[in-house]
Design a protein around this ligand. Sequence first.
Ligand SMILES: Cc1cc2nc3c(=O)[nH]c(=O)nc-3n(C[C@H](O)[C@H](O)[C@H](O)COP(=O)(O)OP(=O)(O)OC[C@H]3O[C@@H](n4cnc5c(N)ncnc54)[C@H](O)[C@@H]3O)c2cc1C
Length: 441
Amino acid sequence: MRLSGWGRYPVLDARIHAPRNLEALRDLVLSEPSLIARGNGRAYGDSAINAAATIEMRYLNRMIAFDPTSGQLVAEAGVLLGDIIAAFLPGGWFPMVTPGTKFVTLGGAIAADVHGKNHHKEGSFRACVDWIDVMGADGTIQRCSREQDPVLFDHTLGGMGLTGIIIRAAIHLRAVETGWIRQTTIPAPNLNTAMAAFNQVQDATYSVAWVDCLGTGASLGRSLVMQGEHAASVDLPPERAHAPFDIKTKRRWKIPFDFPSFTLNRFSIRAFNALYYWARSRKTGTQLVDWDSYFYPLDTILGWNRIYGRRGFVQFQCVLPLEASEAGLSALLQETSEAGAGSFLAVLKRFGPQESPFSFPMDGYTLALDFPVGAKMLALLERLDRITIDHGGRFYLAKDSRMSAGTLRAADKRIDDFRCMRKKRGASDRFCSAQSERLAI
Ligand SMILES: Cc1cc2nc3c(=O)[nH]c(=O)nc-3n(C[C@H](O)[C@H](O)[C@H](O)COP(=O)(O)OP(=O)(O)OC[C@H]3O[C@@H](n4cnc5c(N)ncnc54)[C@H](O)[C@@H]3O)c2cc1C
């Protein structure tokens, strides 16, 4: 079958297996010389593709146990975050950490050690994981946690499926009083003011900025910085307070075909950005926003990746250390703007000090930019790679689809330890993806 990640680039031939139980999964692990687990295919590139054997985990999706006193949930790896929310939000529980889509599996969230808008305050997905059961190359299942086999735990979080197959995990959920978020938007006319706004809201649970990356000169880095807090019952107006978890069912839009590649060009993106900034910067002050609109605005448009056309798109996401962030972000935005290559989606987040042996985050700022695939864009991305390396930054493997092994090595000195760990555990010649081969991980 032809298979790709969310960016629809690259598209590769792969044999897919979809085991329905642990025995079938174990048989595959023991018989296939090389394989990789796949969750819901929301990583952008080729991290969940192995040409010889890609193992879809979506059928191993039972919720096993829930403790309503501690909020601990034990579930299989194929459970979607959206299913967890549907099952537990009515009882007052929400994921501690969530990426910008709820269509990810528990296994995918652990393997990428995903981050949300609260990394600066609460860390990555790791922070809510109590233990993980991992199937190794010999078919046995090993439980790991901070106390039990911490090496396996540390490298499975962020290890992109390369340490083994995550079977199930225990995570803890956050108690919430309502399904609403109090959101405040701060318009920032340039990068300096955006960074000052992030500092101003550093105690907020959630913060994120949308960046107009076609801004130039005094408007370079023009942004809308949005902070959010879970609303308490007393924050809701009386008409909502009696049903604090009910939100209006959203109309879902579906993109039925690939847009022609000229749809997204510098003029349409400039017009969109100008309009968006104008409309949103008028909505200052605090507003109540439902959880789905706040955390997952793109999920209402099913198949939005088709907007980029048949050739697909790539996402560039790097993190820069705090001390180099201002200079590095300016250089990245300047390069993007000079190339006339506006990104339709440009997102800036502040990461906090939590780090782990192979996960993406570090204390600093992370910038994510989307570009349609094309020769000019790929050349621009190499220049963005160089800027990131020169400023001491690193790259997010869950978004990567085109980096070279040399670039990864130049940015991330942890690769050798990770490779060594994989080798010791017998994982390196069994759990491989198109990405791990391209990057020589
Ligand atoms: C619209 C959108 C917004 C996003 N926003 C964010 C964000 O804000 N923050 C963020 O961190 N990420 C974000 N992402 C990326 C996404 O959260 C990650 O790529 C996540 O890993 C996808 O999960 P998945 O279940 O689809 O896994 P897949 O894409 O199928 O796989 C991703 C990786 O996980 C591994 N994997 C999957 N299941 C298992 C398993 N059971 N055992 C072992 N390894 C496994 C795969 O081998 C692969 O390496 C976003 C993606 C999209 C499309």
